[in-house]
Design a protein. Structure first.
Lengths: 92, 315
């Protein structure tokens, strides 16, 4: 998995520990994101930064800014592997 | 010919506008329906409302004089716990949506539901011993399995909410919140000690009674402290569909604490009586806990993954 897919997988896994199976349903509803959670495989296609932003936005509808903070925390180690201009704006 | 074209153009424009108007009405209707559901006004909310109004009326009625006054008050104190029973069953039945023990919120919901069921067990056991076995104050006794048993349930549930909402990392980053998090339990414990344990004497008391006399205020201080820490840590960050249900749950925790605090206080001062305001406090906390479980589940059902279906319905 590339870094964006790993970021998405980390965020989904973190949200799953909080709200359960709905976290995966929500991720599946994001366009550009293909989720096979049985195999823990995530594929990000198209504008990858935008897809991650959409995923964060999806979770933001549940807990607001708190969800964003949780996503940032989950992706913090991986995000540093990306150059500043390639980092999704929602996770900066 | 020109006038015919003009007329047909006007006619089709009016038709189009009417169609748009109809569509907007249908859309509005669907939005109203979804908004109503989103706000948690489903059949379970209605049930809570009916129970709340019914028992509130009954509680108010106990203050009116009448031939059945005494019996009615005792009966009320025996049956209002049904709200906790229904709430507990409801919570366990919807925990599946949260993946049961696989998620922090799932665990919290299961534990709160068990807490509600234990409270009802305590209520029923108390009523049985008091009304049928004529034990004036059954303490420490079987009801304490339920009443005291609910305390670790609420503490664990709050702990999982803290984990789920990422409170630890928020508190670590903010020194003021860290200080508040440290101070709150100490203040609550000091208040509990001052009102409930100051001048406490162990003379003539069984070791079980002493355990409960200390255990209740300490346990209650722990769960209410955790609720307050959550409230003060995330109240600004918490938003979205879960904001109101989570705040309602924390409010229910506070009222549950007030109920427990008042019960011990009234028992110490020998002013506790069945069907009085103390019971109404418990009843309110059960209603709020039940309603917050409903709202949490409704929020999950109206999460973004379900939004597409709603929007398609509206279109």
């Amino acid at each position: 998995m590339d870094v964006y897919a790993q970021i998405a997988a980390k965020i989904i896994a973190q949200q799953e520990t909080i709200i359960g199976p709905v976290a995966i349903e929500q991720a599946k509803a994001v366009s550009g994101l293909k989720v096979d959670w049985d195999k823990h495989q995530v594929t990000v296609s198209g504008d990858q930064q935008s897809v991650i932003n959409k995923l964060v936005e999806q979770y933001k509808e549940l807990f607001g800014k708190l969800s964003v903070e949780i996503c940032k925390e989950a992706a913090s180690k991986l995000i540093s592997q990306l150059p500043a201009n390639k980092q999704p704006s929602s996770l900066k | 010919m020109e006038s015919v074209i003009k007329n047909s153009l006007v006619f089709s424009t009016i038709n189009l506008l009417m169609l748009q108007f109809d569509n907007s009405i249908i859309k509005q209707y669907h939005l109203n329906v979804t908004d109503t559901k989103k706000n948690g006004l489903n059949k379970y909310s209605l049930l809570v409302l009916v129970l709340f109004l019914f028992f509130s009326g009954w509680f108010a009625g106990t203050y009116l004089p009448g031939p059945l006054h005494g019996k009615s008050t005792v009966l009320l104190s025996e049956v209002y716990g049904v709200v906790a029973l229904i709430g507990g069953i409801y919570g366990l039945s919807v925990a599946k949506n949260w993946g049961y023990f696989k998620s922090y919120f799932g665990r919290a919901i299961i534990l709160i539901s068990c807490g509600l069921l234990l409270q009802e067990f305590g209520q029923l056991a108390y009523s049985y011993l008091n009304s049928i076995k004529h034990v004036e104050l059954p303490y420490p006794s079987i009801p304490d399995i339920g009443f005291f048993g609910s305390i670790p349930m609420y503490i664990l549930a709050a702990r999982y909410l803290i984990k789920g909402l990422g409170i630890a990392s928020i508190v670590k980053k903010n020194h003021v919140k860290l200080l508040v998090g440290v101070l709150i339990p100490e203040i609550i414990l000091a208040v509990s000690y001052w009102f409930l344990l100051k001048g406490y004497s162990t003379e003539g008391k069984s070791s079980l009674a002493i355990f409960f006399d200390y255990g209740y205020p300490i346990g209650q201080a722990i769960y209410v402290s955790l609720a307050l820490i959550i409230l003060l840590s995330v109240s600004r960050l918490l938003g979205g569909l879960m904001r109101i249900p989570t705040l309602l749950l924390l409010l229910a925790y506070l009222i549950q604490y007030l109920s427990d605090f008042n019960f011990i206080f009234q028992t110490i001062h020998e002013t506790w009586g069945p069907g009085m305001y103390g019971d109404y406090l418990y009843f309110t906390s059960y209603c709020l806990l039940f309603y917050s479980l409903i709202r949490l589940n409704s929020a999950l059902n109206f999460s973004p993954s379900h939004k597409k279906d709603r929007d398609q319905g509206a279109d």
